[in-house]
Design a protein around this ligand. Structure first.
Ligand SMILES: Cc1cc2nc3c(=O)[nH]c(=O)nc-3n(C[C@H](O)[C@H](O)[C@H](O)COP(=O)(O)OP(=O)(O)OC[C@H]3O[C@@H](n4cnc5c(N)ncnc54)[C@H](O)[C@@H]3O)c2cc1C
Length: 499
């Protein structure tokens, strides 16, 4: 038993755990963060191959101009200076190739509207209405505007109970425009007739205002947060896998680590996926109904990624993200099944410095369901066998063939590549089946698929992408919601305002 008793033990050091660690240690709580991996950060982790660093789960961020929401949050978290960023092309930060035609999203509401009106001159009214509604949805949420709240107001019910495709169809009859408006759905792994409108609206509104790459890797975010937590007196321990959350008859009392060590605390915040968290609790305090509800929630799809290192000065740097859809219906992308050819992907160059001329590296991400790799489900990183290596190689070669069709000659610019599969994400972040964004929100079951930061154990809370929403903004706001259980939301908003 450790002699150190902490006010709050935070289980996992993903973005949610780190932001909670920052807010609570800044406010005088004695916090301990426990991470199973050697590297902190969860999806903010990076790895090095061929001498370059690759991101694994944070490729671009939005709203980073002075006064915009993420800039305000980054200022509060003392990240604004610690994390260098580079703005994506204002005339087209997201470029879509859909059924052979190219479209672009431009930065700024007016520019976004004009760019789409160029492609759809007969739909300018629809496009304006879309932008106006997006702004209305986003501005209605006090949380996403850092306004003080009376109670836990989130977002208007209509936008929780309407699917994205229905919302977009209510804006325009033009099916091509509908698909372009839904074109960046890999950012939230949207599911037709299921994913609620607010997820799309908050994310699009976030990126339309301004879109940025993180220079030199997303681990800079994790490293800066960790530095601040330690400066505030907090502790972070890596290689500390938690196996059990121990409870007495009333509350949680400690956690047991894989090496048998026990750590005590007054409160616990789990940044581990809620399903994995529940599986670590054997107490009667977690009733069967709650356990079953959480364990039965469906998770978003996973992905297969090719991490590409280019030869020196072999390919110009693309200052935009490229979304490819072979067919017009972008919603069919996540129907891809075992053995199906790749018909959609997201391709992004990585940024090593501002005003970059040549690309050093890139990532090509395609959806993949876990069943494609389930035959290796019982294996672990680095020991999955030759047939798995052959599967990854064949999949990557197929991806690169498809990429070559949009970027002729790109194959000859490649020095080497690495890959990751749903198993990689499962093993590095402990999300079910390597799910990218955690639990799927369903407009037909809005309350059942929304996981609260509160659990049935009074001193155990949750944080991370399954609370509130995923992504840099969703997780940071979710962490504020979790910390509000200790400090009150308005106090946190006040602290942010005073930065
Ligand atoms: C491929 C991909 C691309 C993405 N791109 C973007 C993007 O461009 N922009 C954006 O804003 N968002 C992006 N996201 C989403 C974003 O990365 C996530 O929503 C966010 O980082 C998740 O943070 P989290 O706090 O929920 O925790 P996670 O990152 O899931 O971290 C959970 C942590 O808990 C640890 N843990 C798990 N089990 C245990 C245990 N038993 N004991 C101790 N520790 C444990 C894990 O090791 C991990 O460190 C992307 C995600 C993916 C997968």
């Amino acid at each position: 038993m450790s002699n150190n008793k902490y006010d709050i033990a935070i289980l996992g050091t993903g973005l949610g755990g780190l932001v909670c660690g920052y807010i609570l240690s800044k406010n005088g709580y004695k916090v301990l963060l426990l991470e199973k991996n050697a590297q902190i950060g969860g999806c903010l982790q990076t790895f090095k191959r061929f001498g370059v660093k690759f991101d694994t789960g944070m490729h671009y961020i939005g709203s980073m101009l002075e006064g915009q929401i993420l800039h305000r949050l980054f200022s509060y978290l003392k990240l604004a200076e610690a994390v260098p960023i580079s703005q994506l092309d204002k005339n087209g930060y997201d470029v879509f190739s859909i059924n052979g035609q190219t479209y672009r999203y431009a930065s700024g509401y007016e520019q976004f509207t004009e760019a789409l009106c160029e492609s759809f001159p007969n739909n300018s009214k629809d496009i304006r209405r879309y932008v106006q509604q997006l702004r209305e949805i986003a501005s209605a949420s006090p949380l996403y505007n850092l306004r003080k709240v009376e109670d836990n107001v989130f977002i208007e019910a209509d936008y929780i109970k309407t699917s994205i495709n229905d919302f977009i169809a209510s804006i325009t009859d033009n099916t091509t425009l509908q698909n372009v408006l839904a074109g960046n759905l890999p950012l939230y792994a949207g599911v037709k007739d299921k994913t609620p409108t607010y997820i799309h609206a908050l994310i699009n509104n976030f990126y339309i205002q301004s879109a940025w790459r993180i220079i030199g890797g997303s681990d800079t975010i994790a490293a800066a947060l960790a530095r601040h937590i330690r400066d505030f007196g907090g502790e972070i321990r890596t290689n500390s896998e938690i196996c059990e959350i121990v409870c007495n008859d009333e509350k949680a009392t400690g956690v047991t680590l894989k090496n048998g060590e026990q750590v005590e605390a007054d409160y616990f915040i789990s940044n581990i996926h809620p399903q994995a968290t529940i599986n670590m609790i054997h107490s009667h305090l977690i009733r069967k109904v709650y356990r079953t509800r959480i364990l039965n929630l469906e998770n978003t799809i996973s992905n297969f990624t090719v991490y590409i290192k280019f030869k020196e000065r072999a390919t110009p740097y693309l200052n935009y993200n490229y979304y490819f859809y072979e067919n017009e219906d972008v919603w069919t992308a996540n129907n891809r099944r075992k053995g199906d050819p790749l018909k959609s992907y997201l391709f992004m160059h990585q940024c090593a410095e501002n005003h970059q001329q040549w690309a050093q590296s890139a990532e090509m991400i395609g959806y993949m369901h876990f069943d494609e790799v389930s035959q290796w489900a019982d294996t672990r990183v680095g020991h999955r066998g030759d047939d798995y290596t052959a599967f990854k190689r064949a999949t990557a070669e197929h991806y690169l063939d498809v990429l070559e069709q949009s970027f002729p000659g790109i194959r000859s610019a490649i020095e080497g590549y690495e890959t990751s599969s749903p198993l990689t994400y499962r093993d590095y972040t402990a999300t079910k089946d390597g799910s990218m964004y955690g639990i799927i929100r369903d407009k037909s079951f809005p309350t059942q698929t929304l996981v609260s930061q509160r659990t049935k154990i009074p001193n155990l809370f949750l944080t991370g992408q399954n609370i509130n929403s995923h992504g840099i903004l969703g997780v940071t706001i979710g962490a504020a919601l979790t910390c509000a259980e200790f400090l009150g939301l308005n106090k946190i908003i006040e602290e942010i305002e005073n930065e």
